[in-house]
Design a protein around this ligand. Structure first.
Ligand SMILES: [Fe+2]
Length: 366
């Protein structure tokens, strides 16, 4: 049994915002524009969106304070600004963080009696419409119902509900050209992990999703080694943007595995970029899964011949050098945290506390 649901209208191509301007007045009367501190401006996407809103006489307010790994405090502040300005739709511009924050802001503002904690109750809440304009190619947030936030204790937590799917996503690879090499690599490896993990999760069988994953992994396999040294190449950027979107569609239907759970503390407590955190934990997790179900790993990682080739691919970008060496106190605390993550139930094999202790002790020493 399988299902497929994607309520997001996707517009893709160079100049796609300007050639579809009317979309901005189809979904509300006043916009809250949500961005981070730099990439929305640097990419030109923020200027283009504001010019369009002005052309259409659609009023807007700007909330440009979303940090990497957005906190509960940030989205609550964004929710207050949305309320004060009486906005009824959101334009989210940037990487995964502004897009994820926009989903929470939109839901908080539509349901004014709730707090961030209530987003995790598992209820399906309504939200104001979200228009997404990604400036990175990795999280897939432009086509998922997920939002990953950091709570008051520094713990990354994800929620998902149908209303958090963007109603429209504009994919213009021109807005991704200004990504640094570091962000290009980290986001692409996040997309790769989505594509692979989405095929590995328990109960993830879905022929349509399998097709999306095969295409996404294949593109990243071929394109990333070239893109990493040709960051201003529009054609390669467009391919990577497409692959990241496909990988987003994969996890929208299946979710992620223990690779994501293992990586979260590295981002929360050590500042390691999310995609790099996945990349440095991926092989150990996949090796463990392969002990329980080698066939599943072999099928999921194609066109990589085996885990050795996948490891060589990751090593070609020197990702292991970006892994921190942890103190024994960190190893113990993080192992406790990660072994309780819900991702473990979706991951084949026995990923107990001892597994995480071994994984974290080995980081940076491979
Ligand atoms: Fe991710």
């Amino acid at each position: 049994m399988w299902r497929y649901f994607l309520p997001t209208r996707i517009f893709s191509g160079s100049g796609v915002l300007k050639s579809n301007q009317t979309v901005f007045k189809e979904n509300g009367t006043k916009a809250l524009v949500v961005t981070g501190r730099s990439s929305a401006r640097l990419s030109g996407a923020l200027d283009d969106a504001i010019e369009i809103l002005k052309n259409l006489d659609v009023p807007y307010a700007l909330f440009d304070e979303v940090e990497e790994n957005p906190s509960f405090a940030t989205v609550e502040k964004g929710g207050r600004i949305m309320e004060e300005n009486d906005c009824d739709f959101v334009v989210a511009i940037g990487g995964g963080s502004p897009l994820d924050a926009a989903k929470a802001i939109s839901a908080l503002n539509k349901n004014r009696e709730i707090t961030c904690d209530d987003l995790y109750r598992g209820d399906s809440l309504v939200a104001f419409p979200i228009i997404a304009i990604p400036t990175t190619s990795g999280t897939g947030s432009e086509v998922t119902p997920y939002s990953i936030l950091t709570d008051g204790n520094g713990i990354k937590k994800g929620f998902g509900m149908p209303s958090a799917f963007p109603i429209v996503s504009f994919l213009d690879a021109g807005y991704t050209l200004t990504m640094s090499r570091e962000v290009t690599l980290a986001t692409a490896l996040d997309a790769l992990s989505h594509s692979l993990e989405g095929e590995i999760v328990n109960n993830g069988y879905n022929p349509l999703v399998k097709m999306l994953s095969v295409e996404s992994t294949g593109i990243i396999y071929r394109v990333l080694p070239r893109l990493i040294d040709r960051e201003r190449d529009f054609a390669l950027r467009e391919k990577m943007q497409y692959a990241a979107m496909l990988a987003g569609m994969v996890i929208a239907h299946t979710g992620t595995t223990a690779v994501h759970a293992a990586g979260y503390p590295l981002s929360s407590f050590k500042g390691v970029k999310h995609g790099i955190a996945n990349a440095v934990t991926m092989i150990k997790v996949f090796e463990r899964i392969a002990q329980a179900d080698p066939e599943r790993i072999a099928r999921a990682i194609e066109p990589f011949k085996d885990l050795g080739e996948l490891e060589d691919f990751l090593d070609s970008f020197r990702v292991q050098e970006m892994a921190p060496i942890l103190t024994e106190e960190e190893v113990q605390r993080w192992s406790e945290l990660s072994s309780k993550a819900s991702h473990n139930k979706k991951t084949p094999g026995d990923l107990d506390r001892d597994f995480y202790v071994e994984l974290y002790r080995g980081l940076g020493k491979r």
